[in-house]
Write a protein that binds this ligand. Structure first.
Ligand SMILES: [Zn+2]
Length: 227
């Protein structure tokens, strides 16, 4: 906090959305803009729940796509903003998790090593880290586990047509056995992604996890729904 305060004196930060000067505790987006972002409606939440009903998992997204949410997601993915990712995970994702289970394992959607190198970080991991901090403050025994890994490089979801989006992720994810052994029995597993379009990528990841953890409670959680 002290370091970011000193840095902000030398390099003043501005909100990505309204361009107002940020306070030291804010990261990339001011509190007013965070509060103003539009949320998924009941109907949109129902649509996601229907997609995941086949594997008995909860499926939710917090924000609905609009120009400001698109700006956030684009910067998250391509702007190399790990602190913003943690900030958004803290404010948006953690409040969307309601669990009777004290143990929560946050599983970020993986990116390929090549993509991670190019972007400098995995935005879903940043979101999970921020979410972890808030859950810990709320008294949960939460952890972030890199349970899933990619085993082939694939085209980005924005480079493929809608039909390909359904077939593209097949066969590209697997569970890391070393991490699997550390997952507490009965913990809630939360798969975390930045955006969801058709829902196919997260659903496929959930199917991969479901095969290994047939009884575990499962929640698929995205920051934003693109419609
Ligand atoms: Zn703002």
């Amino acid at each position: 906090m002290m370091l970011s305060f000193l840095t902000s004196l030398v390099f003043p930060n501005h909100c990505l959305l309204c361009e107002d000067l940020l306070r030291p505790e804010e990261q990339s987006v001011c509190q007013l803009c965070l509060a103003a972002q539009p949320r998924c409606s009941f109907l949109e939440r129902q649509r996601l729940e229907r997609i995941s009903s086949t594997i008995e998992a909860q499926f939710s997204a917090v924000l609905i796509n609009c120009p400001s949410v698109s700006t956030l997601c684009h910067n998250l993915k391509y702007g190399g903003h790990p602190r913003m990712a943690r900030h958004l995970g803290y404010h948006f994702l953690a409040p969307a998790i309601a669990s009777a289970h004290i143990d929560i394992v946050l599983v970020p959607m993986p990116v390929s090593k090549r993509r991670r190198r190019r972007r400098g970080y995995n935005q879903s991991e940043g979101l999970a880290q921020g979410c972890l901090r808030k859950l810990t403050e709320r008294g949960y025994r939460a952890t972030v586990a890199l349970l899933l890994e990619k085993h082939a490089h694939r085209k980005s979801q924005i480079e493929v047509d809608p039909f390909e989006r359904w077939t593209n992720p097949r066969g590209s994810l697997r569970v890391r056995q070393k991490i699997k052994q550390r997952i507490p029995r009965d913990a809630l597993l939360v798969l975390i992604d930045d955006t969801v379009t058709t829902g196919s990528t997260l659903l496929y990841a959930a199917e991969v996890v479901r095969e290994v953890f047939p009884e575990q409670p499962l929640h698929l959680l995205a920051l934003a729904l693109e419609v």
